[in-house]
Design a protein around this ligand. Structure first.
Ligand SMILES: [Fe+2]
Length: 245
């Protein structure tokens, strides 16, 4: 992660019972007595890019499985502060090829506002090279992107620069099996979406910058109840866990 800016986390969520059809049928919204994901609202209608999404409750049991002490410590270590939070709510995202009329602008390489921000992607269905997925140019998280935070990702000079970096550093496809999770510095690393077959995932953004003033100071429940209730925990780096990422 420190070297490349993204990594597959050494954990696998136990979500065997979850199936895409559950989303299609909205089964897990209320019928399931112990849903791992609690949606704040029914899945919305697809947008032009074929994305169907819903914010998820911070009480969703799956979050407890994702945010292990090790992950908390890792985030602290990477961002260099304990003052981080989940920006917005976790979002269930379903990229539906059937509903896609056009690709999102996120298909162009970009950084998310040039300030370190970690994104966690948890696959709720297998995601392979034929699926819609994120690609990341390794090592670009180490660059200073500040002058580009508002640059239009479609400008030819920016595209040229991204392609040059891609040629030099290569490309990492963030694909994985159901239950696997990636972490990436989407805030300050060059990444893009690749649009293809369906993908279904839980998407979580971890921010630490006051730039995201819509979320600072954090006002949602999470600030008090979820991450920050760990504020007294010992954040000594867990090297055994870290060596995997
Ligand atoms: Fe992005």
């Amino acid at each position: 992660m420190f070297r490349n800016g993204c990594a597959l986390l050494p954990m696998k969520l136990n979500i065997d019972s979850f199936a895409l059809s559950d989303v299609q049928k909205y089964n897990f919204l209320g019928n399931n007595k112990n849903p791992m994901l609690i949606l704040e609202a029914p899945l919305g209608v697809p947008d032009k890019t074929g994305i169907i999404s819903s914010r998820c409750s911070l009480n969703s049991p799956i979050l407890k499985d994702i945010f292990t002490d090790e992950l908390y410590q890792f985030i602290h270590n990477y961002l260099g502060t304990k003052n981080f939070w989940i920006r917005n709510d976790p979002v269930l995202v379903w990229d539906s090829k059937k509903h896609r009329q056009s690709n999102s602008d996120s298909g162009f390489f970009h950084v998310d506002y040039a300030t370190h921000q970690l994104s966690i992607i948890c696959y709720l269905e297998d995601c392979n090279l034929n699926s819609t997925h994120t690609v990341f140019i390794p090592k670009t998280h180490k660059k200073f992107w500040y002058q580009y935070e508002f640059t239009n990702k479609k400008t030819s000079s920016f595209i040229k620069m991204a392609l040059k970096l891609k040629e030099k550093n290569g490309l990492i496809d963030l694909i994985g099996k159901k239950g696997e999770c990636w972490i990436m510095d989407a805030g300050n690393g060059l990444h893009a979406g690749k649009y293809a077959d369906d993908r279904i995932m839980l998407h979580i953004n971890i921010a630490c910058s006051e730039y995201y003033n819509s979320g600072y100071p954090p006002t949602n429940d999470l600030y008090d109840r979820f991450l920050f209730n760990k504020k007294n925990s010992d954040c000594t780096l867990n090297r055994k866990w870290m060596q995997h990422i």
